[in-house]
Design a protein around this ligand. Structure first.
Ligand code: SAM
Length: 245
């Protein structure tokens, strides 16, 4: 069986190892590159995600593929001392950078760090009030399995938010964006992180990711209800939200 690694077909077992290499390689410069590559707009996309998450004091929240912890940091303030946030990621390097950043920000005892694969999350059924996955799903080999795993561990009434690159609604925007991501992005990766290959993978993985309607259908198949999405920045990114009833 093969799957996609960017535009390449690779054996299923190989994709996870290649994705791991990419994130080990970019971890220490990930935050800087994120700001440069998105001109800082990823902060706005994440702020909108936080607003739609509806997280309140006392809630239990999982940020899977949480990487360097931008969302987890904000959630830890929202849930307060009675709540709990789990920052989970498959990659030890990304998780390490995230943990250091949260400690630097004085985050206390309400955040737990867990190395886990989104496809088989090591938590009991009905655990979380909210789960987020931001710019993570496209890196997962079996996305349907991951969505089902997230649905299983949501509490009834809990919500899943998926923030991910998607399909721009305007062809002119698609053209400009292709130019940017296939030419400029690997160059920036080379200059700033000394690693054009990883950034080429990131650009290609964005193109291979399911579009808005396809992802909506996948979330419904995983058992989520009232699934809806909002296009951000002309559909370059979409925020999907579904509820477990
Ligand atoms: N959520 C963070 C953000 O928005 O800044 C990090 C996003 S980063 C582009 C993607 C993250 O997904 C990486 O930290 C990577 O290690 C993680 N990842 C990739 N495959 C995964 C999997 N199967 N399970 C959990 N995390 C995964």
């Amino acid at each position: 069986r093969t799957t996609h690694f960017g535009y390449q077909d690779v054996p299923v077992e190989e994709k996870a190892a290649r994705v791991a290499d990419v994130f080990h390689s970019v971890a220490s410069r990930y935050d800087l590159m994120n700001d440069l590559m998105s001109f800082g707009v990823h902060r706005l996309w994440k702020r909108i995600t936080l607003e739609r998450a509806g997280v309140r004091p006392g809630h239990k929240v999982l940020d899977i593929a949480g990487g360097t912890g931008d969302l987890a940091l904000k959630f830890s303030r929202l849930v307060g001392p009675e709540g709990k946030v789990v920052l989970a990621d498959i990659n030890a390097s990304m998780l390490g950078v995230g943990r250091d950043k949260l400690i630097d920000h004085g985050v206390g005892g309400n955040v737990e760090f867990v190395q886990a694969n989104a496809e088989c999350l090591p938590f009991p059924d009905n655990t979380f009030d909210c789960i987020t996955i931001a710019f993570g799903l496209r890196n997962v080999t079996d996305k349907d399995k991951a969505l089902a795993s997230m649905a299983r561990i949501l509490k009834p009434g809990g919500r899943l938010l998926v923030l991910e690159f998607s399909k721009p609604s305007n062809p002119m925007l698609t053209k400009a964006y292709d130019e940017y991501s296939f030419r400029l992005l690997p160059k920036m990766g080379e200059l700033v992180a000394g690693d054009s290959e990883s950034y080429r993978y990131l650009a290609e993985s964005i193109r291979m990711h399911p579009d808005q309607e396809t992802l909506k259908g996948m979330m419904e198949s995983a058992g989520l209800e009232r699934v809806e999405y909002t296009n951000l920045t002309g559909g370059i990114v979409a925020l999907h939200r579904g509820i477990k009833l």
